[in-house]
Design a protein around this ligand. Structure first.
Ligand code: SF4
Length: 510
């Protein structure tokens, strides 16, 4: 049984159930896994897993033993038990994005998300401190404009999909976004092919981009300011001045949208009641602008989730806000909104956030809890109507573990985390410095303009030395020793697969 994807950057809670985890991007490593499996397919499971453990980026949990301090139950370390198990597993990345999929398996019936997806770039350089994806998907690699246009053509031709989602963590940051949108708008009629562009930044230009793609269909425009005051947005490193947000709202309503959706989080580090009240004030202000353009047809929908600290982020040392505090803040916001006409307010169940917080930063002891909850009927918990919190709390009690200890306990700077032997490329030391910077309200601008040496170039210097300067948003490796070694093929040579990808992605080899 193998697993991969974002959640496996802390694999420990699922260690009892999974034979091996693949950390990071799968495109190259999956071929190595198939090759290794062919070599050992007739061997016993132990031999097979020892072979898998030798593949960089593969983590076989049974070959590691966690040790805990008796006094407080925190980890003292995780030790490899066999020679094949590396003490530290660095995630895998592909030097360049491989050619996108154009021939999808087509369902016979209508399905949720019935559209083709094309990844326009991977990674994000904005550095929002709560964002797991922003930290673990570094470095930023883009697909070329020519490749994307060819891909969209091929998808339309091969599949007949009428909807294509252009995916990325921050679409506005794709350097060719304006020419891409213009080319699509010129070529396709929005009535026959609808293109969605999620994760747009809060700036007037986003309204212009979306307008080019929308045709007549302007259902709703979504932004995620995450916090409602300039101060708190600086703490979380998502510095958008309130004034720009209001100007963007004005532009969106002016261009014909009647509904703006705004996403916020409550319970973020340093948050005060004033920050919570500001969500209501901002929503009312946006509604006032909408009313100017559309009268009573204008709408604002605010989705308010609870901040859950995630591993491998600067906020991994933060605590989850206590549940009674979350409930109080949700109520405070509802009172502050005062049933304002035209503003819809959604919030989430604090118990779901507690469970998410526990599993996000949990250790291997949670395996018994997961099993116990399942035996008590917990299944499909992410569906609100299926969520059975009591099954979980009973399972915790049966194992003598306290969910509050996992979720609300303040972490010390030098605490060993259950995921410390898993490397996302960004160094723990750097994350800690950024955690302290957040408490001082210090903003780190987009790292494409200023590299903060987060650790990516140290972890992947060999790969970087072999990729053209323009292929990543990180600076090129300038160390002449690395470059000489790379040229001599002593770090990693450009494999035929990479060469082929570079050719297809139209990135010239330097
Ligand atoms: S190495 Fe520099 S440019 Fe690259 S992701 Fe880290 S901070 Fe950003």
């Amino acid at each position: 049984v193998m697993a991969g994807g974002n959640a496996t950057f802390n694999p420990e809670p699922m260690a009892d159930f999974i034979d091996f985890f693949v950390i990071g991007e799968g495109e190259d490593v999956v071929l190595e896994i198939v090759q290794a499996y062919r070599e050992v397919r007739r061997a016993d499971r132990e031999t097979q897993l020892r072979r898998m453990a030798q593949i960089p980026g593969v983590y076989v949990p049974r070959f590691y033993a966690p040790r805990y301090y008796a006094e407080d139950g925190t980890l003292s370390g995780i030790e490899p038990l066999v020679d094949e198990a590396a003490p530290f597993i660095t995630k895998r990345i592909v030097p360049l994005l491989p050619p996108p999929v154009t021939r999808f398996i087509l369902p016979h019936t209508d399905v949720v998300f019935n559209r083709a997806s094309v990844e326009i770039q991977r990674g994000c350089t904005r550095g929002c401190r709560f964002c797991h994806a922003g930290m673990v998907f570094r470095p930023v690699r883009e697909r070329s404009l020519a490749e994307l246009l060819e891909t969209i053509d091929a998808i339309v031709r091969e599949t007949g999909h009428e909807e294509i989602g252009l995916l990325s963590l921050s679409s506005s940051d794709y350097t060719q976004i304006a020419p891409l949108v213009k080319a699509i708008a010129e070529k396709y009629d929005p009535r026959t092919l609808s293109i969605s562009l999620p994760s747009l930044r809060i700036e007037s230009f986003s309204a212009e981009l979306a307008d080019m793609l929308a045709g007549g269909r302007k259902t709703g425009f979504t932004f995620a300011p995450e916090a409602a005051t300039d101060r708190l947005r600086e703490v979380i490193n998502k510095p958008i001045p309130t004034q720009s947000l209001l100007e963007t709202a004005e532009e969106v309503y002016r261009r014909g949208w009647q509904l703006i959706k705004l996403y916020f989080m409550i319970g973020q580090p340093t948050e005060t009641d004033e920050d919570v009240r500001a969500i209501a004030r901002l929503a009312k202000e946006v509604y006032r602008i909408g009313k100017k353009h559309h009268g009573r047809r204008a709408k604002v929908r605010i989705g308010v989730s609870t901040f859950v600290p995630k591993p491998h982020t600067p906020f991994q040392w933060a605590s989850l806000c206590p549940l009674d505090e979350i409930a109080r803040k949700q109520l405070l916001l509802r009172e502050e909104l005062g049933g304002a006409r035209g503003i819809l307010y959604n919030w989430n169940n604090p118990e779901e956030s507690l469970l998410e917080a526990v599993l996000s930063r949990g250790d291997r002891r949670l395996g018994a809890v997961i099993r116990g909850a399942w035996e008590r009927g917990a299944k499909f918990d992410a569906w609100g109507d299926q969520f059975r919190p009591q099954a979980w709390w009973d399972a915790f009690a049966a194992e003598g573990l306290d969910p509050a200890w996992y979720a609300h306990r303040p972490r010390l700077a030098d605490e060993v985390f259950p995921w410390d032997h898993i490397g996302a490329g960004v160094e723990k030391r750097w994350l800690l410095m950024d955690w302290y910077a957040s408490q001082r309200g210090e903003v780190k601008v987009d790292c494409r303009n200023h590299c903060y040496h987060c650790g990516i170039l140290t972890a992947f210097k060999g790969i970087r030395a072999n990729t053209p300067p323009q292929a990543w948003q990180c600076p090129p490796v300038r160390n002449p020793r690395w470059q000489q070694l790379a040229e001599a093929g002593e770090i990693i040579g450009l494999t035929p697969v990479v060469r082929e990808n570079m050719k297809r992605a139209r990135v010239p080899e330097v």
